[in-house]
Design a protein around this ligand. Sequence first.
Ligand SMILES: Cc1cc2nc3c(=O)[nH]c(=O)nc-3n(C[C@H](O)[C@H](O)[C@H](O)COP(=O)(O)OP(=O)(O)OC[C@H]3O[C@@H](n4cnc5c(N)ncnc54)[C@H](O)[C@@H]3O)c2cc1C
Length: 283
Amino acid sequence: MSEFDVAVIGGGAVGLSTAYWLAKKGLKVALFEKNYLGSGSSTRNASGFRVHFKSEQNVKFMIEGKKRLLRLSKELKYNPLVSECGYLWLLATEEQINEFKKTNNQVWSKHSVSGKFLDTHELKQILPNAKTEGVTLAFFGPQDGTFHHDFVLFALQNALKRSRVSVFECSEVTEICVKSNKVSGLSIGAREHTCEKLVVCAGAWSASVCKLAGVSVPIEPERRELGVTEPIRRFVDTFVIDLSRSIYLTQGIRGDIRGGPTDLATRGFAPLLSTFKWTVEFS
Ligand SMILES: Cc1cc2nc3c(=O)[nH]c(=O)nc-3n(C[C@H](O)[C@H](O)[C@H](O)COP(=O)(O)OP(=O)(O)OC[C@H]3O[C@@H](n4cnc5c(N)ncnc54)[C@H](O)[C@@H]3O)c2cc1C
């Protein structure tokens, strides 16, 4: 008999919630994280959520995701600090405007995802400090906003403790044992654990983890960075994506500005040099 019904690899938002829901079904679950819980992307993001996506699948996924986030916050008794501050896109080119109009007509209106096109005068009412040179039109999505990812992770972490999930931090999975085409366990260095099923939730590292089991998945890491400043006087109330200058930013509850260039993602686990280039662009 195996030690665990399911082993989950990765202690980010996806791994923690996977372990939580599996344990709720009565399964004996273990979670393995190579560093500390939340050490990957899940505590290093801009905290934005939006239902305004181009693809219909993403729109439906996010409508449901937002409902689940609110339900989970009640169930786990935590405050995710949801702010429906809206997303504001500043559009420059005809191509960008046409794409927004097309998605609005074909996807968003079908799913009652509302939004409003704003001329530069209306834009100034939402974002009084906006420099409008180069901006032709703006689009405001009122259902979008921000939430606090740390609270989601803390709440799930505490819930795992209560549901007796075995959580192994500082435990990098280095080997996956496969017998007769079926996963039978994994190794953390010299330590071995047996399991019936394995779920890989290793985010950007998923392809290399799956490779340990001889499985190839088309997931490639992409380096994205986020700048967080010291708190300053509040000057922006929405989540702004400025497509005319290729930058996005929002202001956290402490007044810190979070954001970065929208077009500087690089493929692979890029070297430090990309961070210097990124910092120059952000500042
Ligand atoms: C700069 C930036 C800004 C972002 N902004 C937003 C945003 O505003 N809104 C939004 O919705 N999303 C945003 N995202 C994306 C979001 O953060 C990720 O989609 C999400 O956190 C992914 O969660 P995850 O659990 O899949 O991955 P992760 O949180 O990365 O977790 C994967 C975990 O697997 C562990 N792991 C890897 N290999 C092994 C191994 N061999 N053994 C054990 N453990 C292993 C890692 O240490 C890591 O902790 C942003 C991401 C970045 C980087």
